[in-house]
Ligand binder design. Sequence first.
Ligand code: ZN
Length: 244
Amino acid sequence: MLRTIVCVLSCLFLVKNGFGKTPPAKLSIKHVVSNFYVYTTYHLYEKQMIPAHGMYLVTDSGVLLLDTPWDSTQFQPLLDSIQLKHGQQVKWCIATHWHSDRTDGLDYYRQQGIKTFTTVLTDDFCRKNNQKRASYLMTKDTLFQIGSISFEVYYPGGGHTEDNIVVWFGKEKILYGGCLIKGAEAKDLGYLGDANVAEYANTLRKVQKRFPRPKWILVSHHDWTNKQSLTHSIQLAKQLKKKS
Ligand SMILES: [Zn+2]
């Protein structure tokens, strides 16, 4: 009897310690406000699973996706989850710079009949760097209107990359900063291999000036609920410029 109990206890111990730590779901969706949602997928980068957030907006005429999942196994599950949750199809997708954490799903989504967008500048970088490309190109800052929702695509200059854009939903005061803005807890500005170090701080200040008092600032790889992200990123960019 005692042996059985010992075995049961040690087995429980093994179960708890061997499998107790559940890995994050491959795809998660969180509500932001009204019809805005953040979706998250993960990608193995330098031996770490890095989260990548994108956003989507549900309207009566369909769903707008900002950026694509980084994990290619989640391109279709994201579409399925949105369909299941909201009974709506994704109709449009805008990628906010040329790196694969933003653009990887562009081909796949085009094949599903989704209208995919980047700027001409992003498309140039995608072509040169063998990344997936969009089928519709924006030549300048663009205002979009989907039903009652309007938003602005704005290119503030080089920062994280030379082509990074941000998206502003004026009525809701939501600033979608993508990889240009790092989280309030970020220790540095992340990967700078394609960055414009000299202009980074100026570019962020332009965003801050143009879109004052946002209610939400969505960032790609950190906690998107802390609005200190933009001012913190400006500080990091200033320090970086001093060092360079
Ligand atoms: Zn990124």
